[in-house]
Design a protein around this ligand. Structure first.
Ligand code: SAM
Ligand code: SF4
Length: 321
């Protein structure tokens, strides 16, 4: 559907849990998340009901996220059922990869279309310090286990003094493999404020990469369901390099997405708390028509652009990235 600013909204990110098996310093406090009773998290049936309404309103792509989505029981079954919804063209997953090795075959059999794997460093010590867990080996095994036909993106948040000397190495993963390596600017939300970590502007990463790999040639994306990343290909690269410059150049003018938190809040902008308490409606016995009307109204009023300076009470692990 089209919102009040003429943007086509066709992409929903659905968080299936706010729990995680890592504690990335820019995302989650060391003590983890306040344990929300399971009853407060949307059930798979509730997620499917909302997703069916999303699809009627023009959502074509669903990304499952978290917290760590692979911690959610019966995820393959959810994927299979989402894929069966009329109008849903793609179901993808954003994961830290720790549990990927064991689950990958089932996820692929369920029809998963793509994986975004978050990987900020290839150095065991830095990984353990940044995520407060010693799981780099598991993540790399998970990465290896993926079917080569599955669309793969690697997400990296460049951090000053942490992984800046690994940027070239991480980008080089796209040299001989058909993957998209994406550099995401650190967004000042929740823990990222308090962590003391400093992001690196996209322009700086871009120029570092050009110095080493030569000109980065823009690549037009065929897929209209693409998010805010801009993609480039250095000569001799099979894969692509993407940039999400959340701060310098706001991507809001072409934003096509909405987010559903694990607790059932429809968040229409990353940085504002405007939206709709879908769980409350679901559990108060609302019928599908009324629910669809309320969701349509919330999406229509999606804010024009983000404003990070302290505008949201949500943490990134609740929003799902
Ligand atoms: N646990 C999964 C993972 O890490 O991929 C999915 C959820 S995580 C919140 C989704 C993405 O958000 C990750 O790629 C992570 O790096 C990114 N992220 C978390 N906090 C961020 C921040 N403050 N700024 C930019 N990206 C952030
Ligand atoms: Fe967990 Fe992902 Fe947040 Fe890291 S970024 S703490 S893996 S939810």
């Amino acid at each position: 559907m089209i919102d009040q600013f003429g943007r086509e909204i066709n992409y929903a990110r659905i968080s299936v849990t706010d729990r995680c098996n890592l504690r990335c310093r820019y995302c989650m406090p060391e003590c983890g998340v306040k344990k929300i009773p399971h009853a407060e998290i949307l059930s798979l049936e509730e997620i499917l009901r909302v997703a069916e309404i999303f699809s009627r309103l023009g959502i074509k792509k669903i990304r499952l996220t978290g917290g760590e989505p692979l911690l959610r029981k019966n995820l393959p079954s959810l994927i299979r059922r989402l894929k069966n919804l009329a109008g849903i063209e793609q179901v993808t997953l954003t994961t830290n990869g720790v549990l990927l090795k064991n689950l990958a075959p089932e996820l692929i059999a369920a029809g998963l279309d793509g994986v975004n794997l978050s990987l900020d460093t290839l150095d065991e010590k830095i990984f353990a310090d940044l995520t407060r867990r010693n799981f780099l080996g598991k993540v790399l095994e998970g990465l290896q286990s993926l079917d080569k036909n599955l669309s793969l993106k690697i997400n990296c948040v460049p951090l000053r003094g942490v992984n800046d000397d690994e940027i070239l190495k991480i980008a080089a993963s796209a040299k001989d493999n058909p993957v998209k390596v994406r550099f995401i600017e650190l967004m000042p939300i929740g823990c990222a404020w308090e962590s003391g970590l400093k992001g690196i502007p996209t322009a700086e990463i871009f120029s570092t990469l050009e110095k080493s790999f030569g000109e980065l040639v823009p690549v037009r994306q065929k897929n209209s369901l693409q998010g805010p990343a801009k993609y480039f290909r250095p000569k001799n690269f099979v894969g692509e390099i993407g940039f999400i410059d959340a701060l310098e150049h706001k991507f809001c003018g072409s934003c096509n997405r909405i987010r559903l938190t694990a607790e059932g809040f429809l968040k229409t902008c990353l940085s504002f708390d405007t939206g709709l308490d879908v769980k409350n409606l679901l559990r108060s016995g609302v019928d599908d028509e009324e629910l669809a009307e309320k969701i349509r109204d919330a999406i229509y009023h999606k804010p024009k652009e983000h404003f990070f300076e302290g505008a949201t009470k949500f943490q990134m692990y609740q929003i799902g990235g």
